[in-house]
Ligand binder design. Structure first.
Ligand code: UGA
Length: 472
């Protein structure tokens, strides 16, 4: 099960009290965690929601290792297995690994005793539903009928619950047959428990599969586009925040997913674009593949450029210099570090001989060490990380790092966030920047990879501030 499968199921269960939802996984440890108060992921509001459906008076959310019996009992099965990038064989480094998905489908074919609706939630290449149907039709028991739907997930880490409760749309891909429409109708009923019907869209099966890859590619492309412009800003004296604000006011462009940064991360954008590149190449569309690959190339360039700026500002060498890194996760409000920009930036600084101390409110120390090795110090507090450091490097936009006025939206997000057992209590106060100034060593640089600080205010405290897309 992909870690967000449990989140989706918790939302479905809490909105459909009459439906029994059983979440199964081959990984017994993960099921144990989902059954406890220390969930396997940190997601604001998730524990509260899980506890309500799992432990409340009208329990209808169950976590189990008994995969076969859960399959036998289910009418509708969501396939939420991981589809990471392939590491070996044809398409290695680009194509999606469908091994786990295929294993799960074969298991369903083997044990299902009555008709089932199979819902593809995992991100898959276009036309995977056809392969799934072939496996089910050729290996399933005679007389058992399977309907395959595509129902891609659009939730983002850190806002998963809100994204599930108020999505822009729910997409259901089905084959254009009476059976297909009837299966799509059954799935639509599950969502209609909390969503207006007009936001539940039914389209062709393969269009739905491609939409998932396309949506992520387009979102990542916006970030790479704005990041490429940030480089021009740094060289000319234009300010990327002013440029994005002014461009975003054009309703055809819009303001969201448009913030320049040290580079995008996470388990989805890079993986899904690489998959799109692979599909394009497979179809003989080399130019299309090169076009999407450039979105990833700009992202790599952005991370590298940010790191080079740090080295250059610090006199072209960071050897033996203490540098404090604030934030390691790929975005705020998650404990996920996969493909985080911090991994690239810190790895290069360490390779250049810097002594790096890292503080992140949510990332686990073991995970940071797995990501970049034990050459770095992982700190319990931002102050410990900043003590005697020559520079502070902000790599995740956690609210506590900014020195701007706290908005109502932030306050309510803070309330939603914590505390969750097993994770550090996330309701914490803003960083005391005057104190940070006192405990650091000259030249007291702040490299803001997320443009979260008010540079003017920090400069008044004696910091030298470098932001993305703004001249030095
Ligand atoms: C992304 C998509 O936004 C979801 O719609 C999708 O469902 C999900 O992938 C998925 O396929 O599972 P996610 O990767 O969780 O969600 O997070 P995003 O909010 O998209 O952020 C991705 C990266 O882009 C982060 O590193 C973030 O800091 C960065 N970012 C985001 C920017 O640099 N600038 C922005 O304006 C927005």
């Amino acid at each position: 099960m992909c870690i967000y499968g449990g989140t989706t199921c918790a939302v479905i269960a809490s909105n459909n009290p009459e439906v029994v939802v059983t979440v199964v996984d081959l990984n017994a440890e993960r099921i144990k965690a989902w059954s406890s108060d220390e969930l396997p992921i940190y997601e604001p509001g998730l524990l509260h929601l899980v506890k309500k459906a799992r432990d409340g008076a009208r329990r209808n959310l169950f976590f189990s290792k008994s995969i076969s019996s859960a399959i036998i009992e289910a009418d509708l099965i969501f396939m939420c297995v991981n589809t990471p990038t392939k590491q070996t064989g044809p398409g290695a480094g680009q194509a999606l690994e469908l091994d786990y998905l295929e294993g799960a489908i074969r298991r369903i074919a083997e044990v299902a005793q009555n008709d089932k609706i199979i819902v593809e939630k995992s991100t898959v290449p276009c036309r995977t539903a056809e392969t799934i149907r072939e496996i089910l039709d050729t290996t399933g028991r005679p007389g058992v009928k399977f309907s395959v739907l595509s129902n891609p997930e659009f939730l983002a880490a850190g806002t998963a619950i809100a994204d599930l409760l108020q999505p822009d749309r729910v997409l259901i891909g089905c084959s254009k047959t009476p059976d297909g429409y009837s299966a799509a109708g059954a799935l639509a009923d599950v969502y209609a428990a909390w969503m207006p019907r007009d936001r539940i869209i039914t389209i062709n099966l393969f269009s739905a599969e491609l939409t998932k890859l396309a949506a992520n590619a387009l979102l990542a492309q916006r970030i790479s586009s704005i990041n490429s412009l940030s480089a021009i800003c740094e060289a000319t004296g234009a300010d990327i925040e002013e440029v994005t604000y002014a461009c975003g006011l054009d309703s055809r462009i819009g303001p969201s997913m448009f913030k320049a940064s040290v580079g995008f991360g996470g388990s989805c954008f890079k993986k899904d674009i690489l998959s799109l590149c692979y599909i394009s190449e497979f179809l003989g569309l080399a130019e299309v593949s090169a076009y999407w690959k450039s979105v990833i190339d700009i992202n790599e360039y952005q991370k590298d450029k940010f790191t080079s700026r740090i080295v250059s500002c610090l006199g072209n060498t960071v050897t033996k210099k203490k540098l404090a890194v604030l934030g390691f996760t790929f975005k705020k409000d998650t404990d996920d570090t996969r493909e985080s920009a911090a991994i690239s930036v810190v790895s290069r600084l360490v390779a250049e001989g810097a002594h790096v101390s890292i503080y992140d409110p949510c990332a686990k120390t073991d995970q940071i060490w797995r990501d970049i090795g034990t050459y770095v110090t992982v700190c319990e507090s931002a102050y410990e990380a900043c003590m005697n450091a020559q520079a502070v490097i902000i790599l995740t936009e956690w609210d506590e790092f900014n020195n701007r006025v706290t908005t109502d939206a932030q306050r309510s997000s803070d309330r939603l966030r914590g505390p969750q057992p097993g994770f550090v209590n996330l309701i914490r106060s803003k960083l005391d920047w005057p104190l940070v100034a006192d405990i650091m060593c000259p030249p007291k640089y702040v490299f803001d990879g997320r443009n979260v600080v008010d540079a003017g205010k920090l400069e008044e405290l004696g910091f030298r501030v470098e932001c993305v897309g703004k001249p030095s």
